[in-house]
Design a protein around this ligand. Structure first.
Ligand code: ADP
Ligand code: MG
Length: 255
């Protein structure tokens, strides 16, 4: 499926992610209560909030891993929830990195990345080999391409997972607690890769507890509680002068 290139003016003003009024229920539990989220091109939006507030569900809706009960989601101008949308084509524009890396243990780093390129983008072997090498180089793993996951640290495995996502050249990257499963000494390497991606102009939505990273790298911080977006603003405002009592309490407790 091809699409016309957007005009530069439209690309500058149109958000890459535009979610409006998202509702999600699991049985009797209402997990998202009319959440709006708009992410501009090249913006890094950081989502914080107590456990169970709906952060993961929101990210999963943005990739349609969860089906919202109501609302609309445009990604790069495509309505994800429309029946007419080819969801697999739309998902190619959305990279996702989870807490668990989900690499195939019997495949090397490069083979893991290649598999995505061959399956999703239907690339020929030689082309996929080259693109996988480039992506692994971007995450600082050029020397480890032929290692198996078990021969890599958790941080390196997560960087392979990031390489696998960026190799598909997504329009936006969603990160759900990408460093939560890592030993503390391995967190920095993953955050450094994320910072570099941002410098390269990647649009990113990050759910994480790494508040120092949010302060240093986020353009905007969103605070969620009980399925609602209670507050959002620049990191200096959210961390330094939160308006909402729930935000203040959350920030006091993580400090
Ligand atoms: P967070 O990522 O902010 O911790 P989640 O989005 O994972 O929050 O979860 C929000 C709420 O939805 C929690 O109460 C969780 O137990 C519930 N939940 C999430 N996924 C499901 C599911 N598939 N089925 C039932 N309940 C779920
Ligand atoms: Mg979560």
């Amino acid at each position: 499926m091809t699409r016309p290139a957007p005009s530069p003016a439209a690309a500058a003003t149109r958000p890459i992610v535009d979610a409006r009024g998202l509702w999600k229920r699991f049985g009797p539990l209402t997990v998202l209560k009319g959440v709006d989220l708009s992410v501009a091109e090249r913006e890094l939006v950081f989502i914080i909030g107590p456990s169970g507030s709906g952060k993961s569900t929101l990210l999963r809706c943005l990739n349609r891993l969860e089906e919202p009960d109501d609302g609309s989601i445009h990604v790069d101008g495509i309505e994800l929830l429309s029946r007419a949308t080819d969801i697999n084509a739309a998902r190619r524009r959305i990279g996702m990195v989870f807490q668990s890396f989900n690499l195939y243990p019997h495949m090397t780093a490069r083979q893991n990345v290649m598999l995505a390129l061959r399956k999703v983008l239907k690339q020929e072997r030689a082309q996929a080999e080259e693109a996988a090498a480039r992506a692994l180089d971007r995450v600082g793993l050029a020397e480890r391409m032929d290692h198996y996951p078990a021969q890599l640290s958790g941080g390196q495995q997560q960087r392979v997972a990031i390489a696998r996502a960026i190799a598909l050249e997504p329009r936006v990257m969603l990160f759900d607690e990408p460093t939560s499963a890592l030993d503390p000494e391995l967190v920095g390497g993953v955050l450094a890769v994320m910072r570099e991606l941002r410098q390269d102009g990647m649009t990113m939505v990050v759910v994480s507890h790494e508040m120092a990273f949010a302060k240093a790298a986020a353009d905007r911080v969103v605070f969620m509680a009980d399925g609602e977006k209670l507050e959002e603003g620049p990191p200096a405002q959210i961390f330094g002068d939160p308006r909402h009592e729930r935000t203040r309490a959350f920030i006091r407790q993580i400090d």
